[in-house]
Design a protein around this ligand. Structure first.
Ligand SMILES: Nc1ncnc2c1ncn2[C@@H]1O[C@H](COP(=O)(O)OP(=O)(O)O)[C@@H](O)[C@H]1O
Ligand SMILES: Cc1ncc(COP(=O)(O)OP(=O)(O)O)c(N)n1
Length: 271
């Protein structure tokens, strides 16, 4: 039996709700062996980010080499990359290994406002990493930066997706978590030809820490198992909906989602 394996290239969240920790939990819940290349250590909990310690770009590249040359990688996701140097090193390793199932979560700013990507790294993200992506998953503020425009409507979201697709990713998913005026959480997908939406009811909760990390990790896990991109995104949407609906309510601030809720629901339905 072949074991599906996924690699996350991202930052560590000491609070366990986002970053590397959320990604590995998500991989495990979806039956995928998780591996990591850590780009930065963040000092973080549900109250916010209290410190950011980036690692040298070579550390990220060497971790990718270590797992790529030995264990093998069926899918890779990137999260917090912090600097242009790290982005260039990571893009270089993805290209050298020829990895195709690449999910780019263009993490820029944490919900509390802390910068997780330096401002001068956006060009490297657009020009070095997006051309290698099978899927890119910006939230609305990130899509505004990548597309260079404001997004106030679904029409503008479509225009932004079209502009982001021009950098080369096979699919653009602009997530709708930040569109708080809507009673639904609607994610827009664009595959270069057609637009589509994935909807879930909007859960009224402050416990949404790490939703973007978890969603993109679930896409990578499904790609690692061999799912087509459309199906991988659909499963990831169900995974994050269950995780938010059953959030754990821990910590004094914006708490983590529940990474085992999707599996519990599936097991319950099978009984
Ligand atoms: N309150 C919510 N209720 C239901 N789904 C949500 C909610 N907030 C976010 N989501 C979903 O979680 C995923 C991550 O979205 P978003 O919060 O926009 O990303 P990010 O964490 O990168 O800011 C998307 O699929 C989005 O639709
Ligand atoms: C280490 C690390 N990486 C990414 C994030 C951002 O996670 P996200 O899923 O966008 O959720 P919020 O932090 O915005 O709630 C992070 N916080 N830390």
């Amino acid at each position: 039996m072949s074991i599906p394996k996924a690699l996350t290239v991202a930052g560590s969240d000491s609070g366990g709700g986002a970053g590397i920790q959320a990604d590995i939990k998500t991989f495990q819940e979806l039956g995928v062996f998780g591996m990591s290349a850590i780009t930065a250590i963040t000092v973080q909990n549900t109250l916010g980010v209290q410190g950011v310690y980036p690692l040298p770009a070579a550390a990220a590249a060497e971790q990718m080499d270590a797992v790529g040359t030995d264990l093998g990688v069926d899918a890779v996701k990137t999260g917090m990359l912090f600097s242009a140097d790290i982005i260039e090193a990571v893009a270089g390793r993805i290209a050298a290994f020829g990895w195709r199932n690449v999910v780019v979560d263009p993490v820029m700013v944490a919900k509390g406002g802390a910068r997780l990507l330096q401002q001068d790294a956006v060009d490297a993200l657009k020009n070095k990493l997006l051309p290698l992506a099978a899927v890119v998953t910006p939230n609305i503020p990130e899509a505004e930066v990548l597309a260079g425009m404001a997004i106030r409507s679904m029409e503008e979201r479509c225009e932004a997706a079209y502009r982001i697709a021009a950098y080369g990713p096979a699919m653009v998913v602009i997530k709708g978590g930040h569109d708080e005026a809507s009673d639904k959480a609607v994610d827009l997908t664009f595959d270069g030809k057609s637009f589509s939406t994935l909807e879930g009811s909007r859960i009224d909760t402050r416990h949404t820490h790490g939703t973007g990390c978890t969603f993109s990790a679930a896409i990578a896990a499904e790609l690692a198992k061999g799912s087509p991109v459309n199906e991988a995104v659909r499963t990831a949407r169900e995974f994050i909906q269950a995780a938010i609906e059953n959030a754990l309510g821990i910590g004094g601030g914006s708490g983590p989602t529940n990474h085992w809720a999707y599996r519990s629901q599936k097991e319950g339905a099978a009984r």
